[in-house]
Design a protein around this ligand. Structure first.
Ligand SMILES: Cc1cc2nc3c(=O)[nH]c(=O)nc-3n(C[C@H](O)[C@H](O)[C@H](O)COP(=O)(O)OP(=O)(O)OC[C@H]3O[C@@H](n4cnc5c(N)ncnc54)[C@H](O)[C@@H]3O)c2cc1C
Length: 329
């Protein structure tokens, strides 16, 4: 539908949209409220549950496009892109929005290339000016903000998680559901094996409201256990600096920064991290920043809202014990 703002659904592959969709659909609903048109969800999945569709409606989707096929269980760019591109060519949405996640980053770039459309990646603000979308995105490791406009539709945007105001769920909303025929494109690659990662019980880094992060000051991989203990108490994800990742202490998917993940939690706590500009690029939009470092001159204190100059091996167990007491009350 012309005037539609599509939101590509990120889900847990079990039929449940992720909570970041409240932010994406909330923003789409806010913008279409000004521009006319409507927020719509586009869900590529092997299992579209009625609860999932209902939830998308409650987040603000007036219509949910369900592209359902067993072969869509796993994300593969060369399969998902043509399906979306064909539907977009038929329906001419005005904008296509998606959260910044590993697969949506790739999918949206492929889609932009396929449609010959412009993409504003990792956007942190959206506005309509004279009826046209203007996106704001940080550049040069967050030192500058650039404004992006488009010369033609569809406007493609990925939205940084935890930055946009989530939709207030509208209980009882029932979106129109469209199930277009899905003709699967020929695959260039064959899936040989899929291995599920063991669940840690901790939230996902990009979605977490609280992140505790460790750097070279942790001194070794075995010491991350003290951060995990703290994370369990406060319900946080555990991230790392590149120095910790390069040393092989944590896998790369936990790296925060310019060459890692960009996060924007409500609370970031950094331990034994100096605060190099490339690290700050991945977390400087966190709402509250706390740092623990034994060097009072560490650059991270320049952007920290709260800082403790001290030895993390003393401070972390004290924090964990105090949070435990407070949260158990
Ligand atoms: C192109 C490029 C891309 C990069 N991308 C990234 C990126 O994505 N993410 C990233 O993080 N870095 C990135 N880097 C690397 C970055 O420049 C820094 O080298 C890195 O962030 C440093 O990690 P760190 O703070 O853990 O280590 P260090 O800089 O070595 O700091 C360790 C800190 O721990 C403190 N400390 C030591 N012991 C204790 C203790 N017991 N208690 C408390 N504090 C203690 C020290 O005072 C020090 O401040 C990139 C670099 C380049 C050139």
């Amino acid at each position: 539908m012309p005037g539609a703002f599509w939101c590509i659904v990120e889900d847990d592959r079990q039929g449940n949209p992720k909570k970041v969709m409240a932010e994406v659909l909330g923003e789409a609903a806010r913008l279409t409220g000004q521009a006319g048109g409507q927020a719509e969800a586009v869900w590529l999945t092997d299992k579209a549950t009625p609860e999932g569709v209902k939830q998308l409606g409650e987040f603000g989707a007036k219509r949910v496009w369900v592209l359902e096929n067993a072969a869509l269980a796993t994300y593969r760019g060369e399969v998902w892109t043509p399906l979306l591109a064909d539907l977009a060519a038929k329906e001419s949405p005005q904008a296509i929005l998606a959260p910044v996640t590993t697969r949506q980053r790739e999918l949206m770039a492929r889609l932009a290339a396929r449609l010959g459309a412009g993409l504003s990646a990792d956007s942190t603000a959206l506005a309509l000016e004279e009826g046209k979308l203007v996106a704001t995105r940080p550049v040069y490791a967050g030192k500058l903000l650039s404004k992006v406009t488009w010369s033609k539709t569809p406007w493609l945007v990925t939205l940084r998680p935890n930055v946009f105001r989530p939709a207030e769920p509208q209980a009882g909303a029932s979106p129109q559901v469209e199930k277009p025929a899905v003709s699967m494109p020929t695959e260039a690659m064959k899936l040989v094996e899929r291995k599920e990662e063991a669940a840690t019980g901790l939230p996902e880094l990009a979605e977490a409201e609280i992140v505790v992060s460790g750097g070279r000051g942790l001194k070794g991989p075995e010491n991350f256990v003290i951060l995990e203990d703290l994370a369990k108490v406060v319900g946080a994800a555990v991230g790392a600096s590149r120095a910790a990742v390069d040393a092989g202490w944590r896998p790369h998917r936990f790296q925060i920064g310019q060459t890692g993940r960009t996060i924007s939690p409500k609370l970031y706590m950094g331990f034994g991290i100096s605060g190099a500009i490339q690290h700050l690029a991945g977390m400087r939009t966190s709402k509250v920043i706390c740092a623990v470092n034994k060097d009072p001159e560490a650059p991270i204190f320049k952007i920290a809202d709260y800082g403790i100059v001290g030895d993390l091996f003393e401070v972390v167990p004290l924090l964990t014990a105090e949070f435990k007491k407070l949260l158990e009350k």
